[in-house]
Write a protein that binds this ligand. Structure first.
Ligand SMILES: [Zn+2]
Length: 335
């Protein structure tokens, strides 16, 4: 009898405690659902919650994949990741003391592309710099140039990407090609591009920079001839740093042109004030310098301060201000 009484007493006591916890939470305005969740935790973890009324912990507990036995790890790494990502990473044993700050940087980056998550994670541990690793993944530069080639999506119009991984079909010819007036240079451009270029040309001229278009639209066949001509004097790995293989030249899109000024060739154009002015101002007219000197590892081309690529004003400004290549911009924001 005595023993039963003791057990009953303990039970009453425990129920009383639970009731008071529930009551306390109820008085504090917690919903029935929240109270049930909190009460489902071990006593130790309930006490932990009650110590600080940790609202963020409650949010974690509410998530479907929350596992109470992982609570210490969640608490350790929270703040590094969004709640759901935190739970996924902890549950799968993918977050640890060595990589949590890298993971934080990765998932918080504005250049994070969800469909590339597996690749980022593959290269995360061995990388020294998360941002550089992301740039390489975003642009596909973890693989050799001219491998896994895709067809350029020409429906993106002025935002289409043509590079060493994206190829235009041999028969692709832009709509609405117009002739460049002799005073401005030579060749043909897409009409919209040419119209956007004229005010740039005028403003440059007022500043004393007499820009001339020396190369504009090039057909597939023309590029084929040009590339093969270069192959007669340089090995292919060298030619590939300054000339595009046929189908891979942005010139075939009719969206770009090479410019220079009198007294300068393409080779020394970078020394001119006009080159500096173009780099800092062409975005205002809808253009970017397509192959910056400091991005040769990414683009696969030597710097070409003379090649202007049309993207329209909004995107050109965005690319310029982000300071990234169009190859990466396309992967992050266009594709
Ligand atoms: Zn060019």
């Amino acid at each position: 009898m005595k023993r039963i009484s003791v057990i009953l007493l303990i039970l009453v006591f425990l129920c009383g405690c639970q009731k008071s916890t529930a009551k306390l939470l109820e008085e504090l305005g917690y919903s029935e659902e929240d109270i049930t969740l909190i009460e489902s935790l071990s006593e130790e973890n309930q006490a932990r919650f009650l110590e600080s009324y940790d609202e963020e912990l409650l949010e974690l507990i509410k998530l479907q994949d929350f596992k109470e036995e992982k609570i210490d790890e969640y608490l350790k790494y929270r703040g590094d990741l969004e709640d759901e990502k935190l739970i996924e990473m902890v549950n799968n044993g993918m977050i640890n003391d060595d990589n949590h700050s890298k993971l934080k940087e990765l998932y918080a980056s504005e250049y994070y592309v969800p469909r590339k998550e597996k690749l980022y994670l593959q290269y995360l541990d061995s990388c020294n710099d998360v941002r550089s690793m992301m740039e390489i993944v975003n642009t596909g530069r973890y693989r050799d140039l001219y491998t896994d080639i895709e067809t350029t999506d020409v429906s993106k119009k002025e935002l289409m990407l043509v590079n060493k991984y994206y190829q235009l079909p041999a028969d692709y010819v832009p709509d609405e090609l117009v002739d460049v007036e002799a005073a401005l240079g030579r060749g043909q451009l897409q009409k919209e591009v040419y119209e956007a270029y004229k005010p740039l040309y005028e403003e440059a001229k007022k500043l004393g920079y007499d820009l001339t278009i020396v190369s504009s639209y090039r057909s597939y066949d023309y590029q084929y001839g040009l590339y093969n001509k270069y192959l007669q004097s340089d090995p292919q790995e060298v030619v590939d740093t300054y000339s595009a293989r046929p189908g891979h030249s942005e010139h075939q899109s009719g969206l770009c042109m090479d410019v220079t000024i009198p007294g300068y060739s393409l080779d020394n154009f970078y020394k001119s004030d006009a080159s500096k002015w173009l780099a800092e101002n062409c975005y205002r007219f809808g253009f970017i310098i397509r192959y910056p000197e400091d991005k040769t590892d990414i683009t696969g081309y030597q710097g070409e301060p003379w090649q202007l690529r049309y993207l329209g004003k909004a995107v050109a400004e965005d690319v310029y201000k982000c300071g990234i290549t169009y190859d990466e911009y396309y992967a992050c924001f266009v594709e």
